[in-house]
Design a protein around this ligand. Structure first.
Ligand SMILES: [Cu+2]
Length: 312
């Protein structure tokens, strides 16, 4: 590594860490990177109280063991701060495109129809199977009555978890980002099959692009992940903006499907190009294996690379 490169990297890292630290309180309050607890959408009051205690435990990893464990584990609940994900879609059929319909009700129990735009969209929706295969990231459409429809590509049979990430623009939680989740059963052959999580690696290849990830995030601590994109051994510098970033990075925790959205340190300007190296705020709430999905665009084409990362 040349000294120039090393200096640049050191500077980038120092800036990044400072930015990450500054962003931490914001991230805790508002962004989807908090993977708060809650057992399941059926758990009702228990899930709600666990979730509301989540931030506290998250900010104080050395605090009360039970609170920390609750905060560190688990997929987001279906309800948080009075906002609830509701759906009439309990089961779907494997093998063909399907629609998942849902709504968000506010603290007053009525459907929320006012949402803030975040990364160009009012709603970010993810679906992933229990074994962390089959990642989908969709931007659903909302009807006037607040019903959202997410057009899913064909799913494999099994248990899936869906996540709605949004910022309500009405009610007591106006302006505070939330991630709510629920499960959906997909019927068909092979529903019980479980794919083994690929071992943690520093890189993955998709559509001829190699994505290398550097960084060793510690659970519950703000850190940095550096992603470098190359093709045929050459750095890729023609990344196009996708949702105002040069790469969109989400992560799902093995076992409990906790969720984290890792925000980039720099916004992409419309019409600009990026690469080969991108820095992200890495803030993974739990230790263990996380499945990362990195989405980036070149030549109008969206690519999704997946790799496993271990958080200490
Ligand atoms: Cu999105």
């Amino acid at each position: 590594m040349s000294s120039h490169t090393r200096n640049r990297r050191t500077r980038n890292r120092a800036l990044a860490l400072a930015a990450a630290a500054a962003a931490l309180s914001l991230a805790l309050a508002a962004c989807g990177s908090d993977a708060m607890s809650g057992m399941d959408h059926g758990a009702g009051a228990a899930a709600t109280s666990a979730a509301s205690g989540g931030h506290q435990g998250h900010q104080m990893p050395g605090g009360d063991a039970a609170a920390t464990a609750a905060a560190a584990g688990g997929a987001p609940a279906a309800e948080r701060n009075g906002y609830r994900l509701t759906s009439t879609t309990g089961t779907l059929t494997a093998g063909s495109p399907a629609e998942y319909r849902f709504g968000i009700t506010g603290p007053d129990g009525t459907p929320v129809t006012a949402f803030r735009t975040d990364q160009t969209k009012r709603m970010h929706f993810y679906a992933i199977r229990s074994d962390l295969t089959g990642f989908q990231h969709i931007h659903p459409e909302m009807a006037a009555d607040g019903t959202w429809t997410a057009p899913l590509a064909a799913l494999t049979a099994g248990t899936w978890r869906v996540y709605a990430s949004f910022i309500p623009d009405a009610g007591a939680g106006q302006g505070n980002g939330l991630v709510l989740s629920s499960t959906v059963t997909v019927t068909g052959e092979g529903a019980a099959a479980v794919a083994e999580l690929p071992a943690a690696t520093g890189s993955a290849t998709v559509d001829g692009y190699t994505v290398a990830v550097e960084g060793a995030p510690a659970a519950g601590k703000a850190g940095e992940l550096e992603v470098t994109v190359s093709k045929d051994g050459r750095p890729v510098t023609d990344l196009q903006p996708y949702l105002e970033t040069f790469a969109h990075l989400t992560a799902f925790h093995a076992g409990d499907q906790a969720f984290a959205h890792l925000h980039p340190e720099a916004k992409a300007e419309a019409g600009g190009t990026g690469g080969p190296t991108l820095a992200f705020h890495a803030e993974l709430p739990a230790s263990g294996d996380w499945r990362l999905f990195l989405q980036f665009q070149t030549g109008g084409q969206l690519h999704t690379a997946a790799l496993t990362l271990k958080a200490g």
